[in-house]
Design a protein around this ligand. Structure first.
Ligand SMILES: *Cc1c(COP(=O)(O)O)cnc(C)c1O
Length: 404
């Protein structure tokens, strides 16, 4: 036995990590990372096996699009590979400012700030805009980055039942005399069920009770609304949402997050959002790829890609329903296949993978205990025959496991 194995707990202060890990492995809820060989495509090779890829958020196939590649490579040649500093010191390049202006125009808002990721955009913004004397009213299924931002702000956090506008109003009534600022915050599209927030009704509450309204459009940027302009456009809530967050890491195909709003909001975030102040800005190639993506989205080709994404989504959902699957809540390309038990969901995913389809299982802490599922995501890049084959494989594997 090695020395490490014979050490007492006192001698090895990290022993509990190994113990917890063994426990997770024994329960069958510690899946290994799947490693992609080559590019993120509709069909690609993970861990040496060619599979139909229903696992990525690369909704429009832009992660490998030639226009984005070219923009990226050109930026490397022209501007190098790193920004060299945080935005507030020396790391603001012309290409960063141009991207922010482009996104603001695209979203039809006054101004935009780009962060290193959607995660930092949410966490950095919520914690900058609110403080400990304030109130955050948050959908129970909001993304982890919103929850972390809310915690960092030290504001009082009240959670309303998923998409339940009446429950949200109950909280607002109970806090009618709350002295601080109030923020209603929701995902635009919920990442685990693929359902859409009741944004118009929440905007109505924000207006009635004098709240700031914030929406996280990570799964709706490039997916919902004209040319992928997000839920505010899709649900016609123009001018009613003060803070719109989006990601550049999903449909946009690259990496980053952004916040859109008033000029003053953005100028304030330049001064107070901690990831903006304390973490280096994007390499030029990333900014260039994102800019190329928005140029594309604003063109007929972009509109075609968004249309194809939705046509594929409708097709695949119809084929899955024909085979007996149900996913009532989903209104988007995110399709959850409910399993319940986490170990069983991981087994389902593993067997589906061995049969040629990659759709990851999601369990606690990403979803609540007992609500584990397989999550399949359709993209514009899938071909009909690939989706048909995937539907057949899902059925064949689900039956003997008692999932169908
Ligand atoms: C993915 C996601 C994020 C984080 O975006 P990244 O750019 O990957 O950091 C934030 N919010 C929601 C709802 C998401 O699904």
């Amino acid at each position: 036995m090695s020395d490490a194995g014979t050490q007492t707990t006192k001698g090895n202060p990290t022993q509990y990590i190994s113990d917890q890990l063994s426990e997770l492995r024994a329960k069958g809820v510690a899946p290994k990372l799947r490693v992609l060989e080559g590019e993120q495509k509709a069909v690609c090779t993970f861990d040496g096996r060619e599979v139909i890829n229903l696992a990525s958020n690369n909704y429009l196939g832009l992660a490998t699009h030639k226009a984005l590649r070219k923009a990226s490579v050109d930026a490397v040649k022209r501007l190098g590979v790193g920004a060299g500093a945080v935005r507030t010191i020396a790391g603001t390049m012309q290409i960063h400012m141009a991207l922010e202006e482009q996104i603001a125009r695209f979203k039809n808002v006054e101004a935009c700030v780009v962060f290193q990721s959607g995660f930092t955009a949410n966490a950095g913004t919520v914690s900058a805009v609110l403080g400990k004397e304030d109130l955050i009213i948050s959908d129970e299924l909001n993304h982890a980055s919103i929850i972390d931002g809310a915690r960092l702000s030290k504001a009082t956090i009240k959670v309303f039942k998923h998409k339940d506008v009446a429950d949200c109003e109950r909280i607002l009534q109970e806090h009618a005399s709350f002295p601080g600022k109030k923020l209603i915050i929701t995902d635009g599209v919920f990442s685990m069920d693929g359902d859409i927030a009741p944004l118009p009704a929440l905007c109505g509450l924000a207006e009635k009770y004098g709240c700031i309204m914030m929406v996280d459009d990570a799964h709706s940027s490039g997916v919902l609304g004209r040319g992928g302009r997000g839920t505010v456009d899709h649900l016609n809530c123009h001018g009613r949402v003060h803070i719109q967050v989006g990601t550049l890491s999903k449909a946009i195909g690259s990496m980053g997050g952004y916040v859109c709003g008033s000029r003053d909001l953005i100028d304030f975030l330049y001064l107070r959002a901690r990831p903006f102040l304390f973490s280096t800005s994007h390499p030029p190639a990333t900014a260039a790829a994102c800019a190329a993506a928005f140029t594309l989205l604003d063109s007929p080709e972009g509109e075609r890609l968004v249309k194809r994404l939705w046509a594929n989504t409708k097709f695949f959902k119809r084929e899955l329903k024909k085979r007996g699957f149900q996913f009532k809540a989903s209104e988007t390309p995110i399709i959850p296949i409910h399993v319940g038990d986490a170990a069983k969901a991981f087994e389902f995913s593993k067997k589906v993978f061995e049969a040629g389809v990659f759709a990851p299982a999601v369990g606690y802490p990403t979803v609540a205990e007992g609500k584990a599922r397989l999550r399949a995501i359709v993209s514009a890049a899938h071909k009909r025959d690939q989706l048909l084959k995937a539907a057949d494989i899902l059925r064949e594997v689900a039956r003997p496991l008692g999932i169908l």
